[in-house]
Write a protein that binds this ligand. Structure first.
Ligand code: FE2
Length: 364
C-alpha cells in the first residue's frame, strides 16, 4: 500500500458564513446544545468580521458574519444565504498538505499561514472545493488557547445543555448534474481518498426525483464525504432544489454521531426542531427488512427514527428540516451499530417524505 500523502487526524471544525453570527450562535447553543467557547470581533480587534466558536463533543462549529456589505463573507451570504464555507481538517503539517495536494491539482486559496499568541501557534491553509466551499487544513501543534490566536475565550455561563452530539460522522456535498464524477475523482486524485460506496439513480429514485451519490473517505476512514448529483426525474429533485436556492454547489447536510439517538431526538423535539416526517408504511416495510436487532420499533416510529441494516451491522438515523429559510442545509443525527453505511435502504423511503415536504413549499 502506498504511503498516505495526506494524513488526516480528523475533522477540526466547520465554518459557516451567516447573516447574523450572534443569533446563529444563540440558536446552536439553545437548540442544538453547543457550548460557546471562543469569539472574535470588535472587542478582540477584529474590525471586519465577528466569529463564534461552538463546541459539543468533538464537534466544533464556527459562525462568522461580516461587519460591512463589501466583504467576502457578506457577499457569500447575499448569494448563498447562511451556509457552510469551510470544511476544516486537522493535519500534522499544513505546508506538506498544501504542497502534496497542489502537486496533484488542488487550487491553493490560502498558503500556509501561521498565527501565534502566548498559548502557541496554529497554522492554516486553504484549497478550493465545490462551488464557493473550501477545504481548510489546520495544524494545532499543541495550541493551548481558545480555538486559535485572535480569539478570546467566552466566559462559560453553564447553561448550554448538550443533546449528545459526539462527533461529525460525514459531510455531504450537492453538485450539479454531471459533476459528481469530477469531484469523486478530485477526492481520489488530489486528497488521496478512496471510494467507499456508489449509489445510482436505480438505488435512489422515486416516481418524481432521483439522485446519484458517491461516498469518498480518507485512508483511515475517519472522514467521509458523500457527493450527490441530481438524476433525471419527472419533477424537480431535492438536489436541484438545493442547487437553485443555494445558487450553486455546497454542503447539503452534516451528520453527527450520538450514543443515544432516542435521547438526542426527544430533546431536540422538545426544543422545537422539525424532523422529516416518515410515513407509517416505512416502519411496516423496515420491520420485515431489518428484523429484530433489539431496538424498540414503536419508539422508532413514534420519534420518526430511520433504521437500516447491512452485512456489518445496523444504524439509526434521522434528518432535520432545513435550518434556514432557504431549503438548503440540514442535519442528520446518526447512531451506528457496526454498519459503516449511509442508510441506502432508507434513501427511497426518505425521498418520498422529503418530496411531500417539497410539494408543500411549491417546489415539486
Ligand atoms: Fe447522511
Amino acid at each position: 500500500m502506498s504511503e498516505d500523502f495526506l494524513p488526516i487526524k480528523g475533522y477540526d471544525h466547520v465554518e459557516f458564513y451567516v447573516g447574523n453570527a450572534k443569533q446563529a450562535a444563540h440558536f446552536y447553543e439553545k437548540v442544538f446544545g453547543f457550548t460557546p467557547i471562543a469569539k472574535c470581533g470588535l472587542e478582540t480587534g477584529s474590525r471586519d468580521v465577528a466569529s463564534y466558536v461552538m463546541q459539543q463533543g468533538k464537534v466544533q462549529f464556527v459562525f462568522t458574519t461580516a461587519y460591512g456589505p463589501d466583504h467576502e463573507v457578506a457577499r457569500h451570504c447575499a448569494l448563498h444565504g447562511d451556509g457552510v464555507k469551510a470544511i476544516a481538517l486537522e493535519v500534522k503539517d499544513v505546508a506538506s498538505a498544501l504542497a502534496e495536494t497542489k502537486h496533484r491539482g488542488a487550487t491553493i486559496l490560502k498558503p500556509a499561514t501561521t498565527k501565534e499568541d502566548e498559548h502557541g501557534k496554529v497554522v492554516i491553509g486553504e484549497v478550493m472545493y465545490a462551488g464557493d466551499t473550501i477545504f481548510r487544513f489546520v495544524e494545532r501543534g499543541g495550541y493551548g488557547g481558545a480555538f486559535a490566536p485572535g480569539f478570546a475565550p467566552i466566559e462559560l455561563r453553564g447553561d448550554a445543555i448538550p443533546v449528545g452530539f459526539a462527533a461529525i460522522d460525514h459531510i455531504v456535498t450537492n453538485v450539479h448534474l454531471g459533476e459528481m464524477d469530477y469531484w469523486a475523482n478530485w477526492y481520489e486524485r488530489v486528497l488521496g481518498f478512496n471510494k467507499l460506496a456508489h449509489f445510482t439513480d436505480k438505488d435512489i429514485s422515486t416516481e418524481y426525483s432521483a439522485l446519484m451519490s458517491k461516498v469518498m473517505e480518507n485512508g483511515t476512514g475517519k472522514c467521509k464525504f458523500p457527493i450527490n448529483e441530481p438524476a433525471e426525474g419527472k419533477k424537480k429533485s431535492q438536489i436541484e432544489e438545493y442547487l437553485d436556492f443555494y445558487y450553486g454547489s455546497g454542503v447539503q447536510h452534516i451528520a453527527m454521531n450520538t450514543g443515544n439517538i432516542y435521547e438526542t431526538v426527544m430533546e431536540l423535539r422538545r426544543r422545537d426542531i422539525d424532523f422529516l416526517r416518515i410515513p407509517d408504511t416505512y416502519y411496516e416495510y423496515m420491520r420485515e427488512r431489518v428484523g429484530d436487532v433489539g431496538e424498540d420499533w414503536d419508539k422508532l416510529q413514534e420519534l420518526g427514527i430511520l433504521i437500516d441494516k447491512d452485512e456489518d451491522g445496523y444504524l439509526l438515523q434521522i434528518f432535520t428540516a432545513p435550518v434556514q429559510d432557504r431549503p438548503t442545509l440540514f442535519y442528520e443525527v446518526i447512531e451506528r451499530h457496526g454498519s459503516r453505511g449511509f442508510g441506502i435502504g432508507n434513501f427511497k423511503a426518505l425521498f418520498i417524505s422529503i418530496e411531500e415536504e417539497q410539494a408543500l413549499r411549491g417546489n415539486l
